[in-house]
Design a binder for this molecule. Sequence first.
Ligand SMILES: Cc1cc2nc3c(=O)[nH]c(=O)nc-3n(C[C@H](O)[C@H](O)[C@H](O)COP(=O)(O)OP(=O)(O)OC[C@H]3O[C@@H](n4cnc5c(N)ncnc54)[C@H](O)[C@@H]3O)c2cc1C
Ligand code: SF4
Ligand code: SF4
Ligand code: SF4
Length: 379
Amino acid sequence: MDKECIGCGLCEAMCHKKAIRIIEDKDGSFCDRNTELCDNCGVCSKLCPVEQLKEKEELSQVDTVAIGRSKDEHVVTNSASGGIVSETLMHLFRTGQIDAAIVAFFDHHANIYGDVIENEGDVLKHSGSYYHTSNQLINVKKIKQYNKLAVVGLPCHIDGIKNYCKLTGQMDKVITISLFCTIGRTYEGFRRFIKHETGFDVAKGEVRDYQSRIGDRKLIHIEDDKGNVYECPDEKYKFTMDFFSANRTCLECRKMYGLSADISVGDAWHKVNEENGVKQKRAIISANTKYGEVLLGTLRESLQLEYVTNGAYELASSQRYGTGLKQFHNESIVRRLDKIRCLRKLNDNPLLFRVSCRLRGKLLDKLGADTEKVKDQLR
Ligand SMILES: Cc1cc2nc3c(=O)[nH]c(=O)nc-3n(C[C@H](O)[C@H](O)[C@H](O)COP(=O)(O)OP(=O)(O)OC[C@H]3O[C@@H](n4cnc5c(N)ncnc54)[C@H](O)[C@@H]3O)c2cc1C
Ligand code: SF4
Ligand code: SF4
Ligand code: SF4
């Protein structure tokens, strides 16, 4: 428990002795438990999703899958992959199906955490994907104040929220929306990248605005308290940081699509549309429960949506590397990922960087080949 952690914040929020603090350093997240305060009640172990993350997701259970984006260009611009999540939340508020939602917030050092919004008007202020660790469940206790909520999170957050609802008898209260996830990146990696690219250290400066993966160029956009703007392409961030700044626990995680959620949303990387040389944002959506199917159906008014046959195959195809990584969980690949992760941590030496990029390229080739094997089985 003290070693394996993805920093969701659930145990810290729920410990009645306030004995837990979630910490992140260069090695990733860990849970710091004060043994003098702890009375061994066991709640934190019951809630922690880490062990569940090691179970492979069954692609054969996938049924209804669609590809699409919002019909509203403003929503698309503000969103990560076409605004499916944002449109879903707005629809749920508009139709009175929820009175609150847990989405991602940022603090004045660009740390990401989950908190509650209470109306449709606030949805777009929290769109886009912040590609680093999120204490998404740190405010989970607020759920009690509401009748029905939507919770947005990565597959690990969805497993965590389900554990919480089960333990507190609130299973019927929550609608879950999962984001796909190949790998989680650390805050430290994000901080280093932004500092290298823009000179701004988010850990030292005051962040007033932070949006990620927005606009046609999919920018990371940061504004400090003096009004200075720092921007860089999200793709460059992902290239520099994917796998290099991963949380150790993420290397063991086998949850790519979050199939335990009502709906799951990711990028339709395999069906990229280009208009005027610009790649159009489009998402792939899996409806995983009966309620999720109904919900997807009712979203047709606000979404351009195309249902696909053989949904499992399309899901696997959409994640060129993630499918291979998580469906096979090839031990030797994980060991090699861990090595390049350590190599990059050592220093920012340009030669080491080039070597680790080359190693990364070879690993991606292998992961891509594993993904092809999964696709062959599903064809
Ligand atoms: C860390 C991370 C890794 C991802 N990896 C992949 C991947 O490998 N492959 C893939 O296809 N898709 C991945 N995604 C999902 C993808 O980026 C989009 O979030 C998803 O396709 C939904 O797009 P959208 O336009 O419908 O969402 P939007 O309408 O833009 O809404 C996004 C929602 O996500 C919430 N959110 C943002 N950042 C976080 C965070 N760190 N933790 C929890 N909630 C957050 C926002 O508050 C918002 O409610 C990842 C997302 C994140 C945050
Ligand atoms: S066992 Fe109970 S008291 Fe101890 S850290 Fe966990 S939740 Fe807190
Ligand atoms: S994964 Fe979540 S619940 Fe588990 S130790 Fe880390 S913060 Fe606590
Ligand atoms: S790989 Fe993604 S879903 Fe899995 S533990 Fe890491 S952040 Fe969570």
